[in-house]
Write a protein that binds this ligand. Sequence first.
Ligand code: FNR
Length: 371
Amino acid sequence: PSLDEILNLHDFEAIARLVMAEKAWAYYSSAADDEITNRENHFAYHRIWFRPRILRNVAKVDWSTTILGNPSSMPVYITATALGKLGHPEGELNLTRAAAKHGVIQMIPTLASCSFDEIVDAAQPGQVQFLQLYVNNDRNITKRIVQHAEQRGIKGLFITVDAPQLGRREKDMRMKFEADDPSEVSKSGSEGVDRSQGAARAISSFIDPSLEWADISWFKAITKMPLILKGVQTWEDALMAYDAGLAGIVLSNHGGRQLDFARSGIEILVEVVSKLGEKRGVKFPNEKFQLFVDGGVRRATDVLKAVALGATAVGIGRPFLYAFSAYGQEGVEKGLQILHGEFEMNLRLLGAPTIKDVVPEMVDASNVSSH
Ligand code: FNR
């Protein structure tokens, strides 16, 4: 089908399933165990309803915002997803170029298929990029990656903390990861890998499971970039991150690919906002400690629910992977255009001229427990 027939982000998934190579589909779409968390990630948004306001002059609406102090055309960023070349020969560069055209921020994965420098070089002058970090068993490698990223102008370091061991993604495990695969991850210190159990397991054997809270001060000592933990799942850990002086956290279950039966990010958001308010008197959205959510976000209405509840922005993963696998860069651009259109309409219908006007009173989240 032509791109004109794509009406929403869900459509990319349906098309990608038909046109993608089996192995790539298995890696991108797979999730842990019985994939219950993956399914719930999107469905959790169905439990939250809007309380729109009327007669508020929404002739002009503006959905732009700032993320960690950087301008973004919407409260959405492209989250890190590994192995872009499995889906398309240009891999992550499809995301970089589309992000530039539409003013959104791309988070570069440690395990990109294109090299880090290629992805940074493909950016326009002034284009903002973040880096997702898997912490290596060899801290010298991690130090090199981090300091190089800072030198190259990366504006935020998202340390993934939900993957001390990769989850069992059985769809992916049924596929063998071949040594001469052109989509293989770029050299990032992931040598000596076991190639017998799918792409995910093959590339992740270097990740350090001994990472702990005490290591945060080491990161603070080696970089001035804002530090964000990606994969926080409880208010208790959110509080520790806040007290540790981090710049923010991503409430995420890694797209349902790690612990099955982990809760959806939007549910975690409700308890984090409530408990950090109670324990530390913090109000959200907050400039100094920013909350992000990812997993199952497919509509601007999903994003606006998270924003109303205190998130600064949300990450979207698979829809953009499916978009470039089927249509290359143009697919990603189309996905971003669709979101822009949805923001414009939904802000009008909510009676919120700007993102700052999207407040907690605009949602009914009473079906979500605040723990
Ligand atoms: C991911 N994700 C991920 N996260 C991370 O920290 N490092 C990584 O290398 C990857 N790789 C990766 C590959 C693929 C194929 C997917 C689908 C996901 C998780 C990602 O950043 C994010 O948390 C989820 O993808 C968000 O959920 P949706 O939008 O894909 O539903």
